[in-house]
Ligand binder design. Structure first.
Ligand SMILES: Cc1cc2nc3c(=O)[nH]c(=O)nc-3n(C[C@H](O)[C@H](O)[C@H](O)COP(=O)(O)OP(=O)(O)OC[C@H]3O[C@@H](n4cnc5c(N)ncnc54)[C@H](O)[C@@H]3O)c2cc1C
Length: 363
């Protein structure tokens, strides 16, 4: 596969990576983009499937919003707290946002397919195992491999790590993954639930697991996305599986009169939570976006719209930087714009999370 270097090698075709590819291709027609993912699509991703309006607006800009056609927009939430935390209802206001709930299998596949249709070179089914920067050529050499294939070398001017919670690119760039202080874990399933209010998100803050919570998010035809997310330290201290936490939640709901049927597709995944010291452009010609860059709100656990926003901004920055021969400053500008926009929000969320963990000891 020895060939002309790619302008952009995007590792990870989740929402952050696919949007980055679409954005780069839409900004600069001649740009050569390789989109690499170890999975082939359609693929599932454990998630609450709740996509906030901010992401929808970016996707509209890229004409990628057809996926929401025929789906209802949700603009209400039901938050349930233990008695001593009722005051939080005034503090936490999910109702200022609107959401679409779309199964990630469908959502991610639509974004990946759009990236390929718009000209990204399809390297799904390939795992990126390593990358080294060749100073003299100013290029990244990436080693990628199909499941039963041999190593293949590709070269690229810019390497984008959109490869999720266990990002290989982040480690190649010399950064460790999040310490436990900034990690949550979640379990997600699909189920049937009759008589559920389809116009609202339900969020149940679960006693001693606060700031962790259980959720039910409505899909179509009485299908719901149901799950539980909690701090990894609380998960380890509780000493039971995430599936058991989900079972506890299902029992809690039954006591509240919500009887869940046909629990299926149960899967678990870590959530790398945002913290401010992490660089998004850790080395020359490499950038991190999405979960690879820990772009998850430490309190709500949402990461899709931050990853999409970053993918969009980075794709544009790299394209413009290549076209106008000011790549490094364009990438630095991307980092500054992202941190200016989201750092204080993430810090407030982190403080709320720490405060709630402390206060729940008083229950
Ligand atoms: C249980 C749970 C519930 C959640 N609920 C919500 C929610 O309701 N709303 C919300 O906004 N956020 C939610 N999140 C967070 C959200 O799922 C993530 O923030 C989002 O998926 C990040 O997208 P991404 O594109 O960065 O990474 P991903 O979607 O994880 O995609 C990364 C891709 O990289 C590929 N990859 C990884 N390593 C390699 C490699 N070495 N080589 C090639 N490819 C590789 C993977 O196959 C994958 O396709 C939830 C998370 C969890 C765990």
């Amino acid at each position: 596969m020895e060939q002309e270097p790619w302008d952009l090698a995007v590792v990870g075709a989740g929402p952050a990576g696919s949007v980055c590819a679409c954005s780069a291709l839409g900004t600069h027609e001649g740009i050569r983009v390789a989109l690499i993912d170890r999975e082939t699509f359609p693929r599932d991703k454990p998630c609450g499937d709740a996509i906030r309006q901010d992401a929808v607006s970016v996707l509209e800009e890229l004409k990628l919003n057809a996926i929401f056609a025929g789906r209802s927009r949700i603009d209400r939430s039901r938050l349930n707290f233990p008695h001593k935390f009722q005051y939080l209802k005034k503090l936490i206001d999910f109702d200022r946002y609107t959401y679409y709930i779309v199964e990630r299998k469908l959502f991610d596949t639509a974004l990946y397919e759009a990236a390929i249709q718009r000209g990204a070179h399809d390297l799904t089914g390939y795992t990126m195992n390593g990358a080294v920067f060749d100073e003299s050529a100013g290029l990244w050499n990436l080693t990628i491999k199909q499941r039963r294939g041999c190593d293949v070398l590709i070269r690229a001017r810019v390497l984008v790590g959109a490869d999720g919670a266990s990002s290989r690119v982040r480690r190649v760039a010399g950064l460790e993954l999040n310490s436990e202080k900034h990690v949550a874990v979640g379990v997600r399933a699909y189920a049937q639930l009759e008589g559920f209010d389809k116009g609202a998100l339900q969020i149940d803050f679960l006693g001693r697991l606060i700031p962790g919570y259980g959720w039910i998010f409505p899909l179509q035809n009485n299908k719901v996305n149901i799950g539980v997310g909690l701090d990894i330290r609380d998960y380890k201290a509780a000493g039971k599986s995430l599936k058991s936490h989900l079972d506890d939640y299902v029992q809690y709901l039954a006591r509240e009169g919500l009887v869940i049927h046909d629990l299926n597709n149960i899967s678990t995944h870590p959530l790398p939570l945002a913290f401010s010291e992490l660089p998004l452009v850790p080395q020359r010609q490499v950038a991190l976006i999405g979960d690879a860059a820990a772009m998850i709100d430490p309190f709500t656990g949402e990461g899709i719209h931050f990853g999409i926003w970053a993918g969009y901004a980075l794709g544009r920055a790299v394209s413009e930087g290549l076209r106008e021969q000011c790549l490094l400053s364009a990438m630095e500008r991307f980092e500054t714009t992202y941190t200016d926009k989201f750092d204080s929000l993430m810090e407030d969320s982190q403080q709320l999370r720490v405060m709630l963990r402390f206060q729940r000891m008083l229950i």
